[in-house]
Design a protein around this ligand. Structure first.
Ligand code: NAI
Ligand code: MG
Length: 359
């Protein structure tokens, strides 16, 4: 099969890490008989330099014509003084809305060889951890009615949490489908003891759970979920939650893993066209020095295989290869302190992962 991928290398370390990920995809292609074709498009600071805007129309057009989008990161001090509408981040928000991406998938994986980087007690995480948070991205309190007004005690401000049935259904569907491809365990996080929007959320989740009898689904109140994530995170496989709860819980969950250079993400919308990118930014402090960890981007490409192209064996092969290099003590500088035996450059790390894939 031939898969068309729009590639946004972006700024800072973006080009370095994305190159390692596409070279990994090429090895997967050779090994499993697929062809990946890449179209490089501009977004962020490099797009501002070349075209004057952070998200050229051409970029949106090519992304929409592709099967998937792979992104490095955008932004950097060079563009920090530009006015808001011309900032690199506008490119990111723009592409998410142009592609209608309403589901954000953020795995929090603690690889056993990096367990010393985890802030939790060793016995809590001894088997490693693998949690996936599915966060609703385009609704809820961040997009609800807001304002300021005069109340009986003077000025007051309000934000509203609002979810419609179709909004809950579509994020729930992503979560159930994703759980199906993993351990078939789903925790839906809400605050249904207090919030009406959470009560509707829960009703919809329960209704949809009937369509997925193979997925074990339970409700967890958000305060308890925050507690359980540090007390016994291994109980979770997939967590689905609203925009705000997901924002907070995914940052909390990310702290149980080693480095920011290890965390991938996927943003999905209608259809199969999603955006796959590392969670970190463009790391201008280390750009161009061969110090960037390409693993977050390589695993993001693996998520693309899994969720966009339904290539499960190929995605598993990437995860296995990453684990194998870590087990050998191979490290980029950001994770060198956790059981590292040999420190590699960005390209050497990519090469090591590709060598595992070929072995
Ligand atoms: P950052 O994630 O770029 O860097 C934070 C720290 O982590 C830095 O010390 C950096 O060297 C390190 N780091 C990040 N990725 C790494 C990797 N792969 N390997 C090794 N070390 C890594 O966040 P920061 O410094 O707040 O932002 C820098 C720029 O990136 C800003 O312009 C910001 O707006 C942009 N940004 C872009 C994002 C995106 O494109 N999705 C997301 C977050 C920030
Ligand atoms: Mg956050």
């Amino acid at each position: 099969m031939n898969y068309k991928i729009a590639v946004i290398k972006g700024d800072g370390i973006g080009p370095e890490i994305v190159d390692e990920a596409t070279k990994v995809l090429d090895v997967i292609g050779e090994k499993y008989g697929h062809t990946f074709t890449y179209t490089n498009v501009l977004m962020g600071g490099c797009a501002i330099d070349a075209t004057g805007v952070p998200l050229p129309d051409e970029t949106v057009k090519i992304c929409k014509e592709s099967d998937s989008v792979l992104l490095g990161a955008v932004g950097g001090p060079k563009w920090d003084t530009l006015p808001g509408h011309l900032r690199p981040e506008k490119g990111l928000l723009g592409i998410r809305s142009a592609l209608g991406l309403y589901a954000n998938l953020r795995p929090a994986v603690l690889y056993a060889p990096l367990k010393d980087a985890c802030m939790l007690k060793p016995e809590t995480v001894k088997g490693g951890l693998d949690i996936l948070i599915v966060r609703e991205l385009t609704g809820g309190i961040y997009f609800g009615e807001r304002g300021r007004r005069q109340g009986k005690n003077g000025e007051e401000a309000y934000d509203t949490e609002c979810y419609s049935v179709p909004e809950i259904e579509r994020i729930a569907r992503v979560a159930f489908e994703t759980a199906r491809k993993r351990k078939k365990k789903l925790a839906s996080v809400d605050k249904a003891n207090v919030l009406e929007s959470s009560r509707l959320w829960r009703e919809v989740i329960h209704r949809m759970a009937k369509e997925y009898p193979d997925v074990e689904c339970r409700d967890v109140l958000v305060d308890n979920a925050a507690m359980q994530l540090v007390r016994d995170p291994a109980q979770f496989d997939v967590i689905v939650t609203s925009n705000m709860f997901g924002d907070i819980l995914s940052d909390e969950a990310s702290m149980i893993t080693g480095s920011i250079g290890m965390l991938p993400s996927a943003s999905l919308g209608e259809g199969k066209l999603g955006l796959y990118e590392p969670t970190h930014g463009s790391a201008p402090d280390i750009a161009g020095q061969g110090k960037a960890n390409p693993i977050a981007t390589i695993i993001s490409a693996g998520m693309m295989l899994r969720y966009a192209f339904d290539l499960q064996a190929e995605a598993d092969a990437i995860d296995t290869a990453v684990l194998a290099v870590l087990e050998k003590g191979l490290r980029t500088p950001d994770i060198a302190g956790v059981g590292g035996q040999k420190t590699l450059t960005t390209t050497e790390m990519g090469d090591a992962i590709r060598a595992e894939l070929r072995a």
